[in-house]
Every structure is written in C-alpha cells, then in structure tokens.
Design a protein around this ligand. Structure first.
Ligand code: UD1
Ligand code: MG
Length: 471
C-alpha cells in the first residue's frame, strides 16, 4: 500500500477573462461545476478528509456549491500566487503524512488514471517531488521545464522570466504536482516573491528541493489537452464538448444506442441501462437514471428523474424530478413538470401536463389535459381537455380519482375534489362536488333544440339583403 495522499485544489482565482459575476470554478461543463469535477476526480484517489480546496473569490458561494463533498476549505483572502495558495494551508495539511498533490480547480479534464500514474511514479521512486509536463508545439504561456543531464528537473521558468534559450524549450509545466509531504512543508517557506509579479510561485519548489540535495522528476503526458485550464467562455464550451463526448462514448461502450450521438447531451451523473435508444437532440440531465430497453424521443429533455425499464418517451417531451415506472409511455409533446410518480404501464399522451401527480398503474391521459396535485387511480381514463382546477388564487387543492373511474372529455374538476372508484363524469362537465363511487356525474347546461331556427334565420337575412339592393 502507498502512503496516503493529501490533495490540495487551487481554486481562489477570479477568472477575469470569463467576464462573469460568478467565480470561475462555479461555471459548469458536462453538467457539473468545474470544481466539482476536480473534487470527484480527487475522491477517486483519497478520502474527503484529505482533500482541501483553496478558495478566495466568492468563497461562501463556492463552499456552499460543493458542501456535499465533505472536503476541507482553506481561505486565501489575497491571491499572492500558486505557492502562497498552498503555503497558507499549513495548519490544515502539514500534519498529514504521505504525499501532497496539487491540482487546479479550473482544470477539470484530468483523468483519475493519469493522476494515479503520477502518484505511482512519485511513491515508487526516491524523488522529493514530481511534476506533470507535456511536449507542446507551442508552449507559450506555460512554465518551461529545465532538466539536468540526467533528466532531473532543476527548475521551472515562467514565460515572463525566461531567456530566449529557455523559452525555446517545448516541455511545458502542466501545473500538477505530487510532493513528499514532509519535504514540501520543510522547504515551502523558502519560496520568495522575487519575480516581476511579486507572487509566491509554486514553480520555485523544484529548484528549492534540488538545492537542498533532493531530486525532482517530471512525468510527461501525451495529451496536454487533459490538463487544459479554462480561462474563457470559448474554452469552457470546448471542455463541455469533451465531457459530453466522453459520456456518450462510455454509454455506447456499455450498450446504449445513441442515434446521431453528436447531437445528444447527457450529464456526467446520468445512468442509462442496456439496449435503451436515445434519439437525436435529446438531453438527459442532472441525477437521472434510465432503465433498460427504454426509448428517449428526439428533442426530449429529462432532468433529475428516474425511469424504469421499457419506458417510452415520445419526441419533444419534458420530464422533471419525476418517477416513471416500468413500461410507462409519455409524449410526444408531454410535460411532466415536477414531483410526479407515474406507475407501471400508465400512459400520458400529447399536450398533457402533470404536476405533483400520481398516476397509478395503467391510468391514461391521452391528450390535452392538466393534472395538478392529483392522485389518479389505477386504470382511470382521463378524457381529452380535462383540467384539474387546483388553484383558487390563494392555495393549491388536491384532486382524487378512484380506481377505474372514467372522466369524459373537456371536464373541469374544481379542487378539492373526490371522484369515487368506478364513477363516470359526463363530457363537458364542471364538477365541484364529491362524486360517489360508481355514480354518473353530469354538470353542464341541458341541451335544447329549436326546430327550423337556422333555416328561418337564413330566409330573414336574404330578405333584408333584397330590400337594401332595391330589387
Ligand atoms: C501556472 C504555473 C505554470 C504552468 C501553468 C499551467 C506558476 C507560477 N505557474 O501558471 O508554470 O505552466 O500553471 O497551467 O504556478 N490560484 C490560487 N491562488 C493564487 C493564484 C492562483 O488559487 O494566489 C489558482 C488559480 O485560480 C488557478 C491556479 O491556481 O486555478 C493556477 O493559477 P494561474 O495564475 O492560472 O497560474 P498560471 O499563470 O496558469
Ligand atoms: Mg492558468
């Protein structure tokens, strides 16, 4: 077993180039905040009590946004450089043995496997520290890695301070490190703000450790894109696209069919079962799970919901915070707005809206209905145009419909209301009182036919026309 690893995530920067009122690390890519991605990766390497985020800009909001992760926070009130950001964590971290790894909150693409390799190389060798580097065609902006004849890292030179010979080096510092914790804390105070920016540079550590008689190594990664830091909205969009692509590939590898995958958006936390088919332009977001053998229709948006096996979602359907059990059909053009529970085999057709509604097994609402705050019994049939009037301008009221009831088309159900099991509501009714089980409720004006009325009216109109034209 390796000695334990402590991970510090630098996330105090404002991110000026994002041009945002929101701290950079709170922007989202792949359906998660940038910082959450890095925390989730860190959690695959070490327990939460060994993970610390250095926060500064909008510290409270950042802390709140990732509160669930149970990691530690270090507040850096003034951003005096990457070295300073780690130094101020001494009280929280210096007593923790093993290794200290540094990550950036704005570099969410790094894979756990890559970081594992960095840790392995550090823990299996004798170096005091290791940094991640990459050969780049154009390393402009990055620190350059200066090695000695044996390949050990002597120094990292920032773009601003480099001589032309140093700037010609194409091995760039990715800014990710793993140090022996005891040596790091012993020497970190030797970092001096003796550069043009007046900052404490973490990149001074290789030279400091080398001077103290230790060695520092570099591990090159093949794809510098993995360490890409987000600075502006264009890079945010690029990273978002990469996360989407990673998620789609993983799902396809696990037996999910994506039709025109490049058009489909699926958040990182979504789970989808085997043989489910997702049609073009669908979006499956948040903490959603989809069972096996489902079909998610084109342009649908499913968010924070749970779909059992064999669920069919028609095109252009919106499902939010709802549970759909096995074999449910919904859509096309349906809206399951919030907190609905649709039991096995129920059917929700086009232009039906559900809110806080339970549809029990086999219930049907085929067309054009609004069902809010209601409990619709098993095998109930809701006719086209049925509306639950759940709101009286002050409060919401419930509607309860018993098993096997039949609600005729264009019924207006004024809540609070109970319709008994097996009852029948005549089409076009306005129902304001309890309907007993098995009763027929009719609540509408009685029809009256006036014989010949239309014919007479036509004759009269013709006569008036004749007088006007003088015939
Ligand atoms: C740093 C490295 C550079 C490397 C590059 C890779 C230094 C001096 N340079 O430069 O060698 O090639 O990363 O991307 O380290 N941060 C804080 N508090 C601070 C300063 C920074 O939390 O006081 C955070 C930032 O929010 C950011 C990260 O640390 O997430 C990196 O800081 P940044 O200023 O972007 O460093 P670079 O100039 O990119
Ligand atoms: Mg940077």
């Amino acid at each position: 077993m390796h000695k334990p690893v402590t991970i510090v995530i630098l996330a105090a920067g404002l991110g000026t180039r994002m041009k945002s009122r929101q701290a950079k690390v709170l922007h989202q890519a792949g359906g998660k905040t940038l910082l959450q991605h890095v925390i989730d990766t860190a959690l695959t390497l070490t327990p939460p009590e060994r993970i610390f985020a250095v926060i500064g800009h909008q510290a409270d909001r950042v802390r709140q946004a990732v509160a669930g992760a149970r990691i530690g926070f270090i507040e850096q009130r003034e951003q005096k450089g990457t070295g300073h950001a780690v130094m101020i964590g001494r009280d929280s971290m210096a007593h923790l043995d093993g290794y200290l790894m540094v990550l950036y909150g704005d570099s969410p693409l790094l894979r756990s496997a890559t970081l594992r390799r960095l840790i392995a190389q550090e823990t299996e060798g004798s170096a005091a520290g290791i940094l991640m580097s990459a050969q780049m065609d154009d390393p402009t902006g990055y620190g350059r890695v200066i090695r000695d004849g044996r390949g050990h890292v002597l120094d990292v030179v920032e773009q601003k301070a480099g001589t032309p010979e140093q700037l010609a080096i194409c091995e760039a510092n990715m800014g990710i490190y793993c140090f022996r914790a005891d040596l790091f804390w012993k020497h970190v105070d030797e970092i001096q703000p003796n550069n043009s920016a007046g900052e404490f540079y973490l990149t001074d550590m290789p030279a400091i450790l080398t001077r103290a008689g230790h060695t520092v190594e570099a591990m090159q990664i093949d794809d510098p894109g993995e360490a890409l830091g987000i600075n502006d909205r264009a890079q945010l969009a690029m990273v978002d696209a990469i996360f989407r692509e990673r998620k789609r590939s993983a799902l396809m590898a696990a037996g999910v069919t994506l039709i025109k995958p490049e058009t489909i958006t699926i958040d990182s936390a979504v789970e989808i079962g085997m043989d489910t088919i997702v049609e073009p332009f669908a979006q499956i977001l948040g903490k959603t799970t989809v069972g096996e053998n489902c079909r998610i229709g084109a342009c649908s948006i499913i968010q924070n919901s749970h779909l059992g096996d064999a669920v069919e979602i028609g095109a252009f359907t919106l499902v939010n915070t709802s549970i759909l059990e096995r074999g449910v059909h919904a859509g096309p053009y349906a809206r399951l707005r919030m907190d609905n529970h649709v039991e096995a085999g129920a059917h929700i057709g086009n232009f039906v809206e559900l809110k806080k509604t339970r549809m029990r097994a086999g219930a049907k609402a085929g067309h054009l209905a609004y069902l809010g705050d209601s409990d619709i019994g098993a095998r109930v049939n809701i006719g086209a145009g049925t509306i639950t009037c759940n709101y009286d301008g002050f409060k919401k009221h419930p509607t309860q419909i018993g098993e096997g009831a039949f609600v005729g088309s264009n019924s207006t159900l004024v809540a609070p209301l109970e319709i008994g099991a097996g009852a029948y509501v005549a089409a076009g009714s306005v129902i304001t009182q309890t309907v007993p089980p098995d009763a027929l409720a009719i609540g509408r004006g009685r029809q009256e036919n006036k014989p010949e009325w239309a014919k007479k009216r036509r004759h009269l109109a013709k006569a008036v026309e004749a007088i006007k034209s003088g015939d």
